[in-house]
Design a protein. Structure first.
Length: 198
C-alpha cells in the first residue's frame, strides 16, 4: 500500500529500477559547467564544486567579477584555509556604483587575470563567478573569452556563473544548470543574510 503525502495525496512515482545512464560512458580530461538562471544558488553550487575539487587535492582558483573584496564573503573567508586561490576583483553592485567606468576597468582586469590563470594551466578548476554580467554588458571581449575557454589546457575545468548565459557558453558547456526562482526572501523585503547569502 502506498503511503500518503503530508497533503493527503498518494505518491504516483515509483523509484526507478532501470539504470538511466547511457551506454558507452567515457572519461573527460576536463569539463565546463555553467550555472545560470534567475534563481539563487549559482555561486553557492560553484563553491561546492571548489570544495569537492580541493578534497581531491586539485589546485583551485576563483575569480569574482562583481563582489567587492571589501565585502569579505563567507566563501572568501573559507578559501584561504582550504588552499583555494581567490580573487574578488569587482566593485560591488552596479546600482551602488559612483563610477561605472571604473567598474568596467575592474572587470577587464579581472578577465585579464582569469585568462592568465586558465592559460597557465596550473589550476585544475577555475571558477569565474558572475562572468555573464560583464560579458553581456560588453565590458569584456566575448570573442576573447570564448576563444580562451575553448582552447584551455586539456586538464583545466571551468565553472561559469551568472544570469543570462550567452548561447556560445551554453553550447560550449558540458553541463548547464538553470536555477529558476520560485520564491526569494528579497521579494518579501528581507535583506541578504550572513551565512546564507554571503
Amino acid at each position: 500500500m502506498n503511503a500518503s503525502q503530508p497533503d493527503g495525496s498518494t505518491p504516483t512515482d515509483a523509484p526507478p529500477t532501470d539504470d538511466p545512464r547511457p551506454d558507452g560512458l567515457r572519461t573527460a580530461r576536463s569539463l565546463v559547467v555553467v550555472n545560470t538562471g534567475d534563481g539563487k544558488g549559482k555561486s553557492s553550487a560553484a563553491f561546492g564544486m571548489a570544495m569537492r575539487a580541493r578534497a581531491r587535492e586539485w589546485p583551485v582558483a576563483v575569480v569574482q567579477f562583481l563582489k567587492s573584496d571589501n565585502w569579505v564573503t563567507g566563501e572568501q573567508m573559507m578559501a584561504e584555509p582550504l588552499g583555494i586561490d581567490f580573487w574578488s576583483l569587482g566593485e560591488g553592485f552596479t546600482w551602488d556604483s559612483e563610477d561605472l567606468t571604473r567598474d568596467e576597468a575592474e572587470a577587464r582586469e579581472a578577465w585579464r587575470h582569469g585568462k592568465e590563470l586558465v592559460q597557465a594551466g596550473d589550476h585544475r578548476l577555475v571558477i569565474f563567478d558572475e562572468i555573464t554580467y560583464p560579458l553581456n554588458w560588453g565590458w569584456i571581449d566575448a570573442a576573447d573569452v570564448e576563444e580562451t575557454f575553448r582552447n584551455r589546457p586539456e586538464r583545466v575545468s571551468l565553472v561559469l556563473t551568472g544570469r543570462d548565459a550567452p548561447g556560445w557558453m551554453i553550447e560550449l558547456a558540458d553541463t548547464v544548470t538553470e536555477m529558476v526562482k520560485t520564491k526569494h526572501a528579497y521579494d518579501d523585503g528581507i535583506r541578504a543574510k550572513k551565512g546564507i547569502d554571503y
